[in-house]
Write a protein that binds this ligand. Structure first.
Ligand code: FDA
Length: 390
């Protein structure tokens, strides 16, 4: 079988479906090829099945990239409000959970159904079970799958990144990009739990304990919950800083974000018979309070402790330093940092500067959002940027 299209989109994920629908709206003949048995699998599992489909506060500052300016153009031209307008047109009920994060009241299936409907209305063909085996360029692009051979004037790489390989995710986009001579910024797992080793494994004993903290690594600082796990650290604050963390870096945690100043000295004055453990138990889950108290090792009641020791304890609790020995890897990473270099692409059209007709969108590109709906917003915005240019 050989058929000719204006554009072939590789991957029926968030970015690919959005791109195909937009190109279809402009009268383009579009084919989407998807290797899985159904489209939008990551959308379906996202946000605990409710899809955190955007974030009202989306701006370029919420993204990591070797070029922090690259995402500006696409994000400005297709905003979270634009996506919300689409969601509301489909009468999909939604709510803001926290920090501008919008979720479906019902199910992530509604988002996939909406995108597929947008494609169907424009006669976009979506073919599942079509794993792309090879792509060649000869004036246009020829794509071969086990199902057939397809030709198009333009090609869009929307095959995502390698996070969650058990769902079929792979570095296919990077291989294809390299085939066309495009540079790839080394991919690494992001929004991923961190693992602890050495004597920090003791914290694994409190697996399941969560508490609000302010976590920092590199240039990232996030006030959200941290969770201790049987392998190390997780929870939203840790997932966020994992994107800024590199092997060898420390992660600093403020366990008492709501207290400041000389609060332990004040406690010594007000309650001299109290212990550090009892004071910590007022602020933190008991098991966490106990392990922090053990590690600080204040030998006596507050009333008998020298101010110098109390100040040192205060400072340690405000900036507790962990030294993760790794991450839980792509197997547990929500997204991938790095990817096809933005230096290769037009920020307006997502087209490869050196390969006319070839576009790259979504997670395959070296643009990675924070946790909280930012990654889908990038998928929608980059999909629109390419779809409107095909
Ligand atoms: P995506 O991975 O969605 O799609 C790529 C598609 O290409 C897939 O369908 C894949 O099967 C297909 N493909 C790959 N290789 C192929 C080949 N050789 N031939 C044909 N097809 C091929 N983000 C967010 O903003 N809010 C959230 O709530 C969540 N929640 C969340 C939960 C979990 C568990 C994960 C793993 C991730 C999230 N994310 C998220 C991140 C979000 O899912 C991610 O950023 C987007 O899905 C990226 O969209 P893309 O379309 O770029 O790739």
């Amino acid at each position: 079988m050989s058929a000719h299209y204006d554009a072939i989109v590789l991957g029926a994920g968030a970015a690919g479906l959005m791109c195909a629908a937009r190109a279809g709206q402009r009268g383009k003949r579009v084919l989407v090829l998807e290797k899985a048995d159904k489209p939008g699998k990551k959308i379906l599992i996202s946000g605990g099945g409710r899809c955190n489909f955007t974030n009202l506060g989306t701006g370029p500052a919420n993204y990591l990239s070797a070029n922090p300016h690259f995402a500006k153009s696409a994000l400005a031209r297709y905003t979270s409000r634009d996506f919300l307008t689409l969601v509301e047109r489909y009468d999909i009920a939604w709510h803001e959970k926290t920090l501008g994060q919008l979720f479906c009241d019902g199910s992530a299936k509604q988002i996939v159904a909406m995108l597929l409907d947008e494609c169907a209305k424009r006669d976009v063909t979506v073919r599942c079970g079509e794993e792309v085996a090879s792509v060649t360029q000869d004036g246009g692009f020829t794509v071969t799958t086990q199902g057939g051979t397809y030709r198009a004037d333009a090609l869009v790489i929307a095959t995502g990144g390698p996070s969650i390989p058990k769902m079929g995710a792979s570095g296919f986009a990077y291989d294809l990009a390299r085939q066309f001579g495009l540079k790839v910024v080394e991919p690494r797992p992001a929004l991923v739990p961190l693992t602890l080793g050495g004597d920090e494994v003791l914290f694994r004993e409190i697996s399941g304990v969560a508490t609000p903290v302010v976590a920092s690594a590199g240039k990232g600082t996030f006030p959200e919950a941290a969770l201790f796990t049987h392998r190390g650290l997780s929870g939203p604050a840790i997932l966020q800083v994992s994107s800024y963390w590199k092997p060898g870096d420390a992660v600093a945690i403020d366990f008492l974000p709501d207290v400041s100043g000389d609060w332990l000295i004040d406690a010594k004055r007000d309650t001299p018979r109290a212990t550090l453990r009892s004071i910590l138990r007022d602020h933190l889950p008991d098991r966490l309070a106990d392990i922090l108290d053990e590690r600080i090792g204040l030998p006596t009641e507050l009333g008998n402790a020298p101010d110098k020791l109390l100040r040192a304890a205060q400072e340690r609790l405000k900036r507790w330093t962990f030294h993760p020995n790794g991450t839980e890897g792509f197997a547990k990473a929500e997204v991938t940092i790095g990817g096809i270099s933005t230096t290769e692409l037009s920020s307006k059209t997502m087209e490869a500067k050196r390969v006319p007709g070839l576009h790259v969108i979504g997670e395959a590109v070296d643009v990675t959002g924070w946790l909280g709906g930012y990654n889908f917003q990038w998928a929608w915005a980059s999909g629109v940027a390419a779809g409107d240019a095909l």
